[in-house]
Design a protein around this ligand. Structure first.
Ligand code: FAD
Length: 332
C-alpha cells in the first residue's frame, strides 16, 4: 500500500480478551499520542469486537481523537482471517500512517498477517519509538543479535507497522479527548478458514498475569529443581505477587514458557522484581530492567544481575528466601 500523502494518523489496535481491552492498548495509546503530536496528526483507535463499548471507553480515556469500530459476532473470539480482513478494510478506507499493535500472542498473529496483506514492513518487539516530524518516517528500535545490540529500523513501505510487547512502554495518565469521533464500519469477513470449536483455558492463565503483577518473584537455574519453586510461590503469596523465571528454567521443563521473563518471554515492569538464582544475562535483563526496584539474590558476588539490582543479596537462595518468608509471615 504506497500512499504517504493520504492521511498520516497513528493507529493503535485495541485488543480485547473476554470483552475487556488489554492494558497494552493504553500503553500504545500513550505512545501514539506522543508520535501524533510530533507530526501534528491524530490518534486513531482500532476496535474489532462483538461489543465495542469497553474499548471505546478506554480509547476515550486515553485520548484517541478517533475510534474506528467494526462490530459483529464474527469478532467474538480472535480469528486471524476475520480480524485481518476487517483491519485491512479500515486501512483501505482511512489510510493510516503508522499502525501499533501489542505483541501479545494474538497481536503478533494479527500484525504479521496484516503486514503481508498490506505488503507493508513490520518491526516486531520494539522497545523505543520515534518519528521524524518532517517526513513522518518512524524509527523503530529493537534488540538485535541476541540482545547485544539495538537496531533502529525504518520501513520503506506504507503503512509503517510495529509491535511492542506489553509492559515495555509506561502506562500513560488518563487524558480524555472530549470530542472523540467514532467511525462505525459494517464489515463481514469473506474468507474465514478457521472456526473456533472450543475455548480451553490454560490453567496457568487463571492466576495473576506476569504483566499485571506488582511483585514478581523470579527463579533461575540456581533454584536447582522444580520442587524449589514452592518457596518462591510462598514468598509471592505473602507479597501479593506472582512467580516468573529465566529461560533456563523453561528449558529444563521446571515451569511453562508463559512464566519466562526476558527478550523471548514476557517484559515486566512491576514495583518489585526478585531475581533468585538468576545470573542476569542480557536477554533476561531486557525483560525486567524497567522494574521500579530490583532485588537480586545470588551466591556469586560477580553475577551480572548485581550490576542492575537496587538491592544486592550475596547469599544462598535456600537460606535467604526462607528467611524472607519467615520475616514476612503474619505469625512471625
Ligand atoms: P544461569 O546463567 O545458569 O545462572 C544461574 C545463577 O544462579 C548463577 O548466577 C549462579 O551463581 C546462581 N546460583 C546457583 N546456585 C545458587 C544458590 N544456591 N543461591 C543463589 N544463587 C545461586 N534468558 C531469559 O531468562 N529470558 C529470555 O527471554 C531469554 N531469551 C534468550 C534469547 C536468545 C536469542 C538467547 C541466545 C538466549 C536467551 N536467554 C534468555 C538465555 C540467557 O542468555 C541465559 O542463558 C539465561 O537467562 C540464564 O538463566 P539463569 O540465569 O537462570 O541461569
Amino acid at each position: 500500500m504506497e500512499n504517504r500523502n493520504d492521511h498520516r494518523d497513528i493507529w493503535v489496535f485495541l485488543e480485547e480478551f473476554e470483552g475487556q481491552p488489554k492494558q497494552v492498548g493504553c500503553e500504545l495509546l500513550g505512545q501514539a499520542r506522543r508520535l501524533a503530536d510530533e507530526i501534528g496528526q491524530q490518534v486513531g483507535a482500532v476496535i474489532i469486537s462483538p461489543d465495542a463499548r469497553a474499548a471505546l471507553a478506554l480509547a476515550h480515556t486515553y485520548g484517541a481523537d478517533l475510534a474506528y469500530v467494526v462490530e459483529g459476532e464474527a469478532y467474538r473470539h480472535f480469528n486471524t482471517d476475520a480480524y485481518c480482513e476487517a483491519f485491512a478494510h479500515l486501512c483501505e478506507l482511512y489510510r493510516p500512517e503508522v499502525i501499533l499493535v501489542g505483541a501479545t500472542a494474538n497481536g503478533r498473529e494479527l500484525a504479521s498477517h496484516l503486514a503481508v496483506m498490506l505488503e507493508a514492513g513490520l518491526t516486531a518487539d520494539c522497545t523505543a519509538l520515534s518519528i521524524d516530524p518532517e517526513t513522518a518516517i518512524m524509527s523503530w528500535e529493537r534488540p538485535a543479535f541476541g540482545g547485544n545490540l539495538y537496531a533502529r529500523i525504518c520501513a520503506k513501505t506504507h503503512p509503517q507497522m510495529g509491535t511492542v510487547r506489553p509492559g515495555v512502554m509506561p502506562l500513560p495518565g488518563a487524558c480524555p479527548c472530549e470530542n472523540m469521533q467514532i467511525v462505525y464500519e459494517d464489515y463481514r469477513p469473506k474468507r474465514v478458514r478457521v472456526r473456533l470449536k472450543e475455548f480451553i483455558r490454560d490453567i496457568e492463565e487463571t492466576g495473576m498475569s506476569l504483566q499485571d503483577a506488582e511483585v514478581v518473584i523470579s527463579g533461575g537455574r540456581g533454584m536447582k529443581g522444580p520442587e524449589n519453586f514452592k518457596m518462591l510461590e510462598e514468598l509471592a503469596a505473602l507479597l501479593g505477587g506472582t512467580v516468573g523465571c529465566s529461560r533456563s528454567v523453561v528449558e529444563e521443563g521446571w515451569l511453562p514458557a508463559s512464566k519466562q521473563v526476558g527478550q523471548t518471554g514476557s517484559s515486566v515492569s512491576p514495583r518489585i522484581y526478585f531475581a533468585c538464582g538468576i545470573s542476569g544475562a542480557v536477554q533476561h535483563v531486557a525483560g525486567m530492567d524497567r522494574s521500579d526496584a530490583i532485588v537480586a539474590i545470588n551466591q556469586d558476588p560477580h553475577a551480572p544481575i548485581f550490576d542492575i539490582a537496587d538491592y544486592c543479596i550475596v547469599g544462598d537462595v535456600f537460606e535467604v528466601v526462607p528467611a524472607l518468608i519467615e520475616e514476612l509471615s503474619p505469625d512471625a
